[in-house]
Design a protein around this ligand. Structure first.
Ligand SMILES: [Zn+2]
Length: 320
């Protein structure tokens, strides 16, 4: 009995077909990804799964299992033993390792998975060299995808750690610790935020003390940055504007020229000072050029030459 599932042939030794009704079904494979695909497909028949990879000798493995009377064995015979291979190519962006699979597809397909693994599938007639060339031609895109997935994972990790009594302020990580005290307040040390509180078991109270401390601290930091940036704009006749701090989901800051006010995103406190500074400088430039014209960027380049890198870093570190 033979059935075709996906790109491989499942050959069932005829002797075993009789035992199809038996309780335990075991599937022997030489290729893991296909097994999983098959496992899903045959789940209702499958109550056991044996992955023999690499399988040194199919005969020995089968014989071994034959001894069990109530076991049904499926064996997999790939149409092309080399249909899946792992390849490494040198590219202008460094070495890239990818899984190459020949399939019933029309074109060469490339996919970067969230774990950073690169998969290429191609029609059977495509030589491996063509697949390598394809990967090389898209190496910068692949590396970019791998980096951005890795960054996302890092941020996820970081957000997870925030809930575990850790926080990030001005680009540095601090642990939040509690201390029993009659007076309730928070203070920042070199590596932690110490919450002084009456009842250290009161987690809501802890959050409240921390939040109000962070609010005040954020205002102090943002104001200091504004004063620092303002000195560069005094010769241009710009008055010190009013500062509003808000929680925003779509922007880092905004400038209200007529009301002489700059609004900054609260979340920026997580980023290093240079990241905050470039946003403040951007908003100050709007007092001269309210638009994003060429003249605006010329002024921004002059006032904050590093703004492009600062912006990139801010967007990498703080996800809105
Ligand atoms: Zn702007």
């Amino acid at each position: 009995m033979t059935s075709i599932l996906g790109n491989c042939i499942i050959a069932l030794p005829s002797i075993l077909v009789k035992t199809l009704q038996r309780k335990l079904v075991i599937f022997i494979t030489i290729a893991k990804p296909t097994t999983i695909q098959l496992y899903k497909y045959t789940k209702k028949y499958l109550s056991g799964l044996l992955i023999a990879e690499p399988l040194p000798s199919l005969d020995t493995a089968l014989k071994k299992i034959y001894n069990f009377n109530d076991i049904l064995v499926f064996t997999e015979v790939p149409m092309n033993p080399l249909s899946i291979s792992v390849r490494t190519v040198a590219t202008p962006c460094g070495e890239i390792t990818y899984t190459f699979e020949r399939k019933k597809v029309k074109n060469i397909n490339l996919r970067v998975k969230h774990n950073g693994n690169v998969y290429v599938s191609a029609p059977k007639r495509v030589p491996v060299e063509t697949a390598d060339e394809f990967v090389i031609s898209r190496s910068s895109m692949i590396q970019q995808a791998i980096t951005s997935f890795a960054a996302r994972e890092l941020i996820k990790e970081r957000q997870k750690s925030l809930s575990d009594d850790k926080t990030v302020i001005l680009g540095n990580e601090y642990s939040i610790v509690t201390v029993a005290d009659r007076r309730e307040y928070a203070e920042k040390t070199d590596d932690s935020i110490v919450i002084h509180m009456k009842n250290t078991a009161d987690s809501q109270r802890k959050i409240n003390i921390y939040t109000s401390w962070l609010k005040k601290y954020t205002e102090e930091v943002f104001l200091a940055v504004m004063h620092d940036v303002h000195t560069k704009f005094v010769p241009l006749g710009i008055d010190f504007p009013q500062l509003k701090i808000r929680s925003m989901t779509a922007r880092w800051g905004s400038c209200h020229t007529r009301r002489k006010m700059i609004v900054l995103n609260r979340r920026m406190i997580e980023a290093p000072l240079n990241c905050i500074s470039h946003v403040v400088t951007h908003e100050f430039c709007h007092f001269i050029h309210p638009d994003h014209s060429r003249q605006f960027y010329a002024l921004l380049d002059k006032m904050c030459p590093t703004w492009r890198e600062d912006k990139k870093l801010l967007e990498k570190l703080v996800i809105l």
